[in-house]
Design a protein around this ligand. Structure first.
Ligand code: RP5
Length: 170
């Protein structure tokens, strides 16, 4: 059963290659929740469930999604293959791998040939959070409430930065 935020129609598709990616990609989900962006989270593997991938990517735009976040590790073909089957913006999150610390994931995702773009984020948790912020900015171009939520999120982050370091940070 897919995880779907709230009850609103999802605007962002949050897909990942494996259950094992959820520990990273849940940070994207939590950020989308914080920003009030409706999303759906699914496991879609380029290698293990290729037919699921074709169905998901080729139908994403018609189902009303505005952006797709795709997280994968190792030989991470999921973001690129997804991008090849949809005109929607695809944001790729390289999941940190045990063998190569995510360098394999990063290079697999970032080195797309000209013509099929994937917006590639940082390896791991930072990339997952930033993918959600970017997706919210994309969706926010057509949704003033979501754009306002992005702006509030940034303001809170700015206000949380102390003027000086402390031995006992909060
Ligand atoms: C990739 O293989 C997944 O995205 C995951 O990061 C990696 C390992 O998958 P598991 O063997 O943990 O299922 O397809």
């Amino acid at each position: 059963m897919a995880k779907i935020s709230a009850k609103r129609r999802p605007l962002v598709g949050l897909i990942m290659g494996s259950q094992s990616d959820w520990a990273t990609m849940r940070h994207a989900a939590e950020t989308l929740d914080t920003l009030g962006v409706p999303y759906e989270a699914r496991i879609v593997s380029a290698h293990r469930t290729p037919k699921r991938l074709v169905a998901y990517a080729s139908g994403a735009k018609e189902r009303g999604l505005k952006a797709i976040i795709a997280g994968a590790g190792g030989a991470a073909h999921l973001p690129g293959m997804t991008a090849s089957m949809t005109p929607l913006p695809v944001l790729g999150v390289p999941v940190e791998s045990a063998a190569l610390k995510g360098m394999d994931s990063l290079l697999s995702i970032v080195q797309m040939p000209a013509g099929i773009p994937v917006g590639t984020l940082a390896i791991g948790k930072s990339g997952a959070i930033n993918s959600a912020l970017l997706a919210a900015s994309i969706v926010g171009l057509g949704d003033a409430k979501i754009m306002a939520a992005v702006e509030r999120w940034r303001l809170r982050q700015t206000e949380a930065v102390a003027d000086a370091p402390s031995d006992t940070p909060p």
